[in-house]
Design a protein around this ligand. Sequence first.
Ligand SMILES: [Zn+2]
Length: 372
Amino acid sequence: MVTAPDSQKVWACTNGGELLSTTNAETNWNIQYPPGNTGLFYEVYFADTLQGWLTGYTELLQTTNGGQSWINHGSIFPSYQKLNVVAELPGVGKAGQECIITAHYDNTSENPANLAPGADDNGSGTAAVLEAAKVLKDYQFDRTIKFISFAGEEQGLLGSYAYAQKASQAGDTIVGVFNLDMIAWEGDSVNVIELHSGTGAASQALADITTGVINTYSLPLIPQKITIGATTRSDHASFWNYGYPAMLGIEDFDEFNPYYHTTNDLLSVLDLPYFTNFAKAGIASAAILAEPYPACLAVPGDVNASGGIPNLQDVIYLVNFVFDKSRVTPPCSGTDPVNCWPFDPICRGDVNGSGGTPNLQDVPGEQEVLWL
Ligand SMILES: [Zn+2]
């Protein structure tokens, strides 16, 4: 949709739902972001240079000053309350840093009031998120992992937009979002998966994690990182809006699922081996970003990893660690020449088996020290 209130000023909406404007006869285009919206716009019309109307996926906006400000006339759909589903696996050492694996659980079709099965879009991503929670709950990670199914994606990323906005207002630290949306249609047996990271370095690093996982575990998938031209039409874009690193994993757009948004988006037409490998890549990516603790191979009391039964050197090592770690200014200036080290694996310093980073409770008492 394009509208030109005069020979210099032109407004347009793109297929990706962006609002563009030029004030110099299309020499330069600028993306416009009217406040308080989901960022998806499909129709724009200007009656003259000042009076304009804009419809988003969900909203109707009006300007009387050539787009300098917009009046929001609210939703053009009746309102419903829908809920995001959020589960959390608390991190051990860096609990304030969040890694998120997401999928939207709603769907639409040509007959949405009666049937919208959505096996690919997005039962596939939702199943992967549920499986992620089922598998990863038995392991410890430094960072917190959140498993989220979003509502209202099909109406314009509503659930994820609300979540990201709230997270931003609360000052949440989100180190990365892996959004899985349509991961089970494989039209040509080439097994391409697209990783839409955009141009931000931190988001691109997420795509690189997924590519690394595919190589490390020899998954039969061909990852393609999409930077310029990455789509904004799924929940990862809500996090981009608030400056959080995020990435979309999706099947090959070149082999687009012909049953997309129809009542025939059914399990029977999906490629389940492809889906399984895609889910594995997504789950492993979230696990790596969350920094798993290695398997506990050390003898718990053998703090300095010298082998043999715990002795006085282990106690000294542990005392240095505990007091250096708790020292605020200057940090880690204790007597041990190699202090400021992480405990790896954590169980080595976790002498009393309470879990978490070694602390004062792990340091043996006087009797134990005398015994050593
Ligand atoms: Zn979708």
